[in-house]
Design a protein around this ligand. Structure first.
Ligand code: PRX
Length: 632
């Protein structure tokens, strides 16, 4: 038997042979001529010359061996509905939506923005894009109109696909008014908007000529057959926007062939999910986890994938475990925040249902604290695998790979570098290799393995500048995470090196939130920091300077203004970015060169030492922060 260590070493030493082997897991319409073209670092082109299609690999090729097997199960505890689709039915639905898209003028290389809740039609739309070679860009439903408009202007879609609404905790969340507003704000609006009416928002307005009713168009394309477009391996498959240090979201671009191979390989070596088995990934389709492990990975592997609309504690805290029992789930994937929410409920919920089919629970998206890791492992009596990755990588960077070797789990650690990643921990000061137990920056020696981002949409220069310029003169992929490796070789992630925060597993840039706060006409400037939160991991907190401080001279004035600012963030960015508190100060702590001391503010808010303050312009500013927080 190969040890994981040997497996990982071979993936780097015998790279071409390793990935040639892995590439056999998918169907190629035309075989590739070269495994990797790295003639223009850091741009890596995988499986050059090969032609394939993601939808073919996820759907069509399963028709013969498992056409009558369930491919997709949708469970909504929001609208109390459940629907299943066999591979054959999924194939028919995807073909129909592909025909609908073509009828709306969408062709190969065109962008389609999908702004939908977790529901089967969203999956059909994603796979339909893949089928015809259109590039999908799914935007998380929690984002507000202005954020959506920024993504429209970057992607310049020819079509948007949406629903009248979603539902959260039994309350309708209208989507369509937001879409209308985003289109009004955008410079490059799509020609058509395809709308699925779920009956959640009967008062939904419609724009003649532009808006198209899903059901009406679907009727016209009943039984349609649309051939898969064979794409060169490096052609873009999708764009997924993610947050960074600047306010402008980054369009992570993924390829076709590398992505398909990476997904197939990870299902085998990491997730251990095979044909006929069920997987339940609790994420939203709008996140990287949803793309990779609700849709592409499981379907490429011939699994039954469960897509869930709802929260983990409604109707009760046993709802997910009941799903595991009823659908014989073998692999489950969730986020630490969800487990922390469940931890507030009786542990008996973890024991109530028959979980004998469950092999592993995988968690990712934010740091998994040791007590939560221990609680869920012991409660379930199953291996719980913390694994670390990013939207940019599309699949795990640090993980245990039980499909290769069942290495022991250490609570709080995402184990070891995944195969294909030449991971390093480097000292921030001089890029030298850090020793055991020394906190350092996590970097990857390029080329990045298959499935990782190929570039930023429309901006090769920004791709290089953002990700490969941390250490001057050294071409290294920066994850922007701090990490540490213990003497046994286990890694631990210690948080971001930049201004990105993680709220309940949702990645947000503090700059994005600041820009939203600044949209309130009364605000002169502000600083937003992420503060440790027991449940959500981190919580944004805003410190704002008003143009007219008299507005907050009274407690009522302060409350009113705080409410208004939060409302502004709701409108600009969406409720996910809303600060837990907005405090008003008359100046912000800054260095003499004008840089806001965000790390010091966050440290104070977490009751830690604010660090070196020798460069501060006016110490009075820090005192104001302390006064707001009630710290001495
Ligand atoms: O800071 C790391 C944190 O989440 C970031 C990536 O977030 P996102 O692009 O939304 O991708 C989520 C895909 C899983 C990382 O830079 N992060 C992710 N997983 C972990 C983590 N931090 C600690 N432990 C993890 N397992």
């Amino acid at each position: 038997m190969t040890t994981y260590k040997e497996f990982h070493a071979r993936s780097l030493k015998d790279r071409d042979a390793f990935w040639t082997e892995e590439a056999k897991r998918i169907d190629w319409h035309k075989p590739f001529a070269k495994v990797l073209d790295y003639s223009r670092p850091p741009f890596a082109k995988w499986f050059v010359g090969g032609e394939t299609n993601l939808c073919h690999n996820a759907v069509d090729r399963h028709l013969a061996p498992r056409g009558e097997q369930k491919a997709l199960v949708w469970i909504s505890t929001e609208v109390d509905q459940e629907q299943s689709f066999t591979y054959r039915q999924l194939h028919a639905e995807v073909n129909r939506v592909a025909a609908m898209m073509q009828a709306l003028g969408v062709g190969r290389g065109d962008r389609v923005i999908i702004y939908m809740p977790n529901m089967p039609e969203a999956v059909f739309a994603i796979l339909a894009c893949a089928r015809i070679g259109a590039i999908h860009s799914v935007v998380f439903g929690g984002f507000a109109a202005a954020s959506l408009a920024a993504r429209i202007d970057d992607a310049k879609p020819s079509l948007m696909v949406t629903a009248d609404g979603g539902s959260r905790m039994g309350k309708v969340v209208p989507y369509k008014p937001l879409v209308d507003e985003s289109i009004r704000l955008s410079k490059f609006p799509p020609a058509k908007v395809l709308i699925l009416k779920r009956g959640l928002d009967p008062s939904m307005p419609s724009v003649p000529e532009r808006d198209v009713d899903w059901a009406t168009l679907a009727k016209q394309h009943e039984g349609a057959k649309v051939p898969c477009a064979w794409l060169e391996s490096s052609e873009p498959s999708y764009i997924l926007y993610t947050s960074g240090t600047t306010g402008k979201p980054k369009g992570v671009q993924r390829d076709v062939g590398g992505h398909a191979v990476a997904m197939a390989a990870s299902m085998q070596h990491i997730y251990c999910g095979g044909p006929g088995e069920s997987i339940f990934t609790t994420s939203d389709i709008g996140w990287a986890v949803g793309h990779s492990y609700i849709i592409y990975g499981p379907l490429i592997a011939g699994m039954t994938t469960i897509i869930y609309e709802g929260v983990p504690v409604r109707p009760d805290a046993g709802v997910w475990w009941k799903i595991v029992q009823d659908h014989k789930v073998a692999v489950m994937f969730s986020a630490p925040t969800a487990i922390r929410v469940l931890k507030k409920h009786d542990i008996a919920w973890l024991k109530k249902y028959d979980l004998s089919t469950l092999k592993h629970l995988f968690l990712a998206g934010e740091p998994l604290d040791e007590p939560t890791h221990a609680w869920i492992s012991q409660g379930l009596g199953k291996p719980v695998i913390d694994h670390y990755w990013q939207t940019e990588t599309g699949w795990p960077v640090l993980t245990s790979a039980p499909g290769v070797e069942k290495t022991p789990i250490k609570f709080g650690s995402p184990s070891f570098p995944a195969y294909g990643y030449d991971l390093k921990l480097l000292r921030e000061s001089d890029a030298t290799v850090a020793g055991p137990d020394e906190k350092a920056v996590v970097v990857v020696e390029p080329p990045l393995p298959p499935g990782c981002m190929s570039t930023l949409w429309g901006d090769d220069e920004r791709f290089v500048k953002t990700y490969f310029s941390m250490f001057p003169g050294k071409l290294l992929y920066a994850t922007f995470d701090w990490g540490i490796r213990d003497k046994d070789g286990y890694y631990f992630i210690l948080g971001r090196t930049d201004d990105v925060i993680n709220v309940a597993g949702h990645r947000l840039g503090t700059r994005e939130i600041e820009e939203a706060v600044n949209m309130h006409p009364g605000i002169a400037e502000c600083a937003v920091v992420g503060v440790a939160d027991q449940l959500k991991g981190q919580m944004p907190m805003a410190f704002a300077v008003l143009k007219d401080p008299a507005q907050v001279a009274t407690p009522e004035g302060r409350m009113k203004m705080e409410g208004e600012v939060m409302q502004t963030v709701n409108q600009q960015l969406g409720a996910i970015g809303r600060p837990g508190r907005v405090f008003f100060v008359t100046l912000l702590p800054k260095t003499r060169s004008g840089k806001v001391l965000r790390r010091s503010i966050a440290a104070l808010a977490e009751g830690r030492d604010p660090g070196d303050l020798t460069t501060i312009e006016d110490p009075g500013a820090l005192q104001q922060i302390k006064d707001c927080l009630g710290v001495k």
